[in-house]
Design a protein around this ligand. Structure first.
Ligand SMILES: Cc1ncc(COP(=O)(O)O)c(C=O)c1O
Length: 385
């Protein structure tokens, strides 16, 4: 019998004592199911390792390649991917910093970067901050990659003659879709045909139930980069660290990474992430099992209380992308859910094309809080409980 239930352990009173973004941004009568933090206590080995480090004064600068080695072993055990060479990695403060530093390696100011909206909003902001130009290849109505739209975007982006980069999110935030081997092989082939460099965000990878396909494991992806971290799957965003992984033919580019990037991750972050990957696997299994139950609960709750909401049932992350266009709440239903229902979810609008009328709901919470949130959201639509 399963005895670990990370997503069943904490009640609302305990959670409200937290000082991080999720629980502090809104007034105390609002239930927060928005930013990607989980309502869990980290895996016991991680807590113990951090305690040991702090209590013994091991609070200096990070040293060594243990994080990448742990990630390589995890990838081999969990995904049967043995191609992650720790020698072809570097560290960054977090995934978004890592991605923007890789963009700087493979492209120049003004160059086009293709993204798949609706997509994690910082994909726009960080790309624009790096002075690159966004070219959109919207997802299909099913929330999956649209290879025709992708090829059209590669052609548009390449028309100027500038090098094209493709910023891929695997699994995709917000639609919670994990790309298949077939899809990723097709992406690699298209990228090769059009001379496009692929840079992949795989931060949610360890949470994918079943078979996760790391992009760099796909034939033809040798000149790509992936950036990942244990921060999302083990809920360690406050302990900064991320890994940049270069494909076999991208190693030369990685060598040009400025030294300052390695100053980003903290020693405590490196300790926490390394222990998570090595000793937090049973805990991750338990989180996945709790999330599977929450996904099933969400389906029941929507059917019972919000039948007008369409959810494509993407379960590759703990974020659910809800199509609320039939509710009559306009382009920004999150505003109504917040003002009238006292539930904070992410508005779909900042996710770009395809985001209007949608919200993103974070289900990494207890069944009680999830149930209360959907009940409150239903009250906004006037649907009887
Ligand atoms: C797809 C994706 N990338 C990056 C991040 C942010 O990661 P980091 O804090 O490591 O920059 C998130 C956070 O939710 C995310 O969903």
């Amino acid at each position: 019998m399963r005895h670990l239930h990370p997503l069943r352990d904490l009640d609302e009173t305990t959670l409200r004592a937290r000082t991080s973004l999720k629980w502090r941004e809104y007034p105390p009568d609002v239930l927060p199911l928005w930013v990607a933090e989980m309502d869990v206590v980290p895996a016991r080995p991680v807590v113990d390792a951090l305690k040991r480090a702090v209590e013994s004064g091991d609070t200096g600068y990070p040293h060594g390649n243990g994080y990448a080695e742990a990630l390589a072993d995890f990838a081999a055990d969990r995904w049967s991917w043995t191609g992650l060479d720790p020698q072809r990695t570097a560290y960054a403060a977090d995934v978004m910093t890592g991605l923007s530093e890789v963009l700087r390696l493979v492209s120049a100011p003004g160059d086009p970067v293709v993204v798949n909206p609706p997509v994690y909003p910082p994909f726009f902001g960080f790309t624009e901050h790096a002075d690159r130009t966004i070219v959109e290849a919207p997802l299909g109505e099913d929330g999956r990659l649209d290879l025709g739209a992708l090829e059209a975007a590669f052609l548009t982006a390449g028309a100027s003659g500038s090098p094209v980069t493709y910023l891929l999110c695997n699994p995709h935030n917000p639609t919670a879709v994990a790309h298949t081997m077939t899809e990723l092989t097709a992406v690699a082939a298209l990228a090769a045909t059009h001379g496009v460099r692929v840079v992949v965000d795989e931060i949610h990878g360890p949470l994918v139930p079943g078979d996760f396909v790391p992009y760099l494991s796909v034939p033809g992806a040798e000149d790509a980069f992936a950036v990942t971290s244990a921060s999302k799957s083990w809920n360690l965003a406050g302990l900064k660290a991320a890994v940049i992984i270069a494909g076999e033919r991208a190693a030369g580019d990685l060598e040009r990474l400025p030294e300052i990037v390695s100053h980003g991750p903290s020693h405590l972050g490196m300790i926490a992430h390394t222990v998570a990957l090595r000793e937090g696997v049973a805990w991750l299994d338990a989180v996945q099992a709790d999330l599977a139950e929450n996904h099933a609960l969400l389906a029941e709750l929507l059917a019972a209380h919000l039948p007008g909401v369409r959810w494509a049932q993407g379960t590759a992350t703990y974020l659910a992308w809800l199509d609320c266009r039939d509710l009559g709440l306009g382009d920004d239903p999150a505003a109504a859910f917040l003002e009238q229902g006292r539930v904070a979810v992410n508005s779909g609008l900042p996710f770009g094309t395809g985001g209007a009328g949608h919200v993103r709901l974070n289900i990494a919470t207890s069944p009680q809080i999830l149930t209360e949130a959907i009940t409150r959201m239903a009250s906004v639509t006037g649907h009887p409980d």
